[in-house]
Design a protein. Structure first.
Length: 364
């Protein structure tokens, strides 16, 4: 299992950048799952720089058996207030300084932690595990590939079954997609599925309604599957019936912008420059004001992770990052087009984990 090596990598990061710390207290459940495999709803992890034997995992009595099954190689402390108990234990053991995830710990929780060990110095150390999570290992890539495959298969099934046709509602199509993703191995949707028809397709985060699909509509579907805790993310826009000239023009523009973004998505590139490459295509067509969101984002144990592809993001991309590229142009009151893929960053051209065609589909 990859968890011991992930914990070792985090220790190396702490030694390099926080040499004053004896340990790091993790309370973010996503980071804890990444480092231990634990999937319960209450846990804390005290990661000691000296190794797993000096570290401790804490959870409450509801998860005693589950922790024993999922968390290997770590001493397990069963206490209702597990984070406080781990800090108290650290103080008793004579630790001097412990980092904590200040981006997730509330002020009141911090006060409680300090009261548990008054002689212990608590040091803000946010975002350490998140930095490791940006680059995916083989286990993660396998789960992400399966999640993307479930989304691709669900869309193919929907189209083959005639599931996109006039008279069906946005909500019916969304429910259909989610059921088909489950049929292909997903534990559920990665997020609330977006199906937006006609003028609604100009709303980037429209929520499905009982609005019926009509012939001539642009229909945007933004959806993903959840497999082993990992998320996929894909958007496709189709036309019900023959496309009008303005729809073809809009689609071709977004398709070109997405191709420019994919081409720029290489290891070593700045995130802001990838965003700029796609945005330049839309700007040149005079539609820059109608591209209203960042180009993309990291995907993994959360649907939105670092890095963000946006102006001002200085992050240098690294091989092994998994990132979406999703330009969109939205004409208020008429309709919009978004095309999105989940992509694996490499030294050369990225590898698309989502495989559905990007060609304009005229359905029905």
């Amino acid at each position: 299992m990859p968890f011991p090596s992930r914990r070792a990598a985090l220790r190396a990061l702490l030694r390099a950048e926080h040499s004053d710390l004896d340990a790091l207290l993790l309370t973010d459940l996503v980071n804890i799952r990444y480092l231990t495999g634990f999937t319960g709803s209450q846990a804390a992890l005290l990661l000691h720089v000296d190794g797993d034997e000096a570290s401790s995992f804490g959870t409450d009595g509801r998860y005693r058996t589950q922790a024993g099954q999922q968390v290997g190689g770590l001493p397990i402390l069963v206490e209702r207030a597990s984070a406080r108990a781990l800090v108290e234990q650290a103080g008793i053991r004579g630790l001097r300084a412990v980092g904590f995830e200040s981006d997730t710990v509330t002020v009141d929780a911090h006060v409680g932690l300090q009261q548990a060990a008054p002689d212990l110095t608590l040091v803000r150390a946010p975002g350490q595990a998140q930095r490791l999570r940006t680059v995916k290992d083989d286990t993660e890539l396998a789960a992400l590939g399966a999640a993307c495959g479930a989304g691709d298969a669900a869309l193919a099934d929907l189209l083959a079954a005639g599931g996109l046709r006039p008279g069906r509602t946005e909500r019916e199509v969304a429910d259909d997609l989610e059921a088909r993703m489950r049929a292909h191995g997903a534990s559920g949707p990665a997020f609330a599925t977006i199906v937006a028809a006609g003028p609604h397709s100009a709303l980037p985060h429209h929520r499905p309604t009982d609005t019926p699909l009509r012939r001539g509509d642009l229909v945007t579907m933004d959806f993903g599957a959840l497999v082993d805790g990992y998320h996929s993310d894909m958007t496709r826009t189709v036309v019900l019936g023959p496309a009008a000239g303005w729809q073809r023009e809009l689609y071709a523009l977004v398709e070109a912008a997405q191709a420019a973004g994919r081409e720029a998505l290489v290891a070593g590139a700045r995130a802001a420059d990838v965003d700029a490459a796609a945005r330049a295509v839309v700007d040149a067509a005079g539609r820059g004001a109608e591209f209203v969101h960042p180009l993309g984002h990291g995907v993994g144990l959360q649907i939105h992770e670092a890095p963000l592809l946006a102006a001002g993001t200085e992050t240098a991309l690294a091989a092994g990052m998994v990132i979406t590229v999703e330009p969109g142009v939205y004409l208020e009151g008429r309709g919009g087009v978004r095309i999105e893929d989940t992509l694996l960053v490499r030294a050369g051209a990225p590898r698309a984990l989502t495989g559905s065609t990007r060609e304009l589909l005229e359905v029905g």
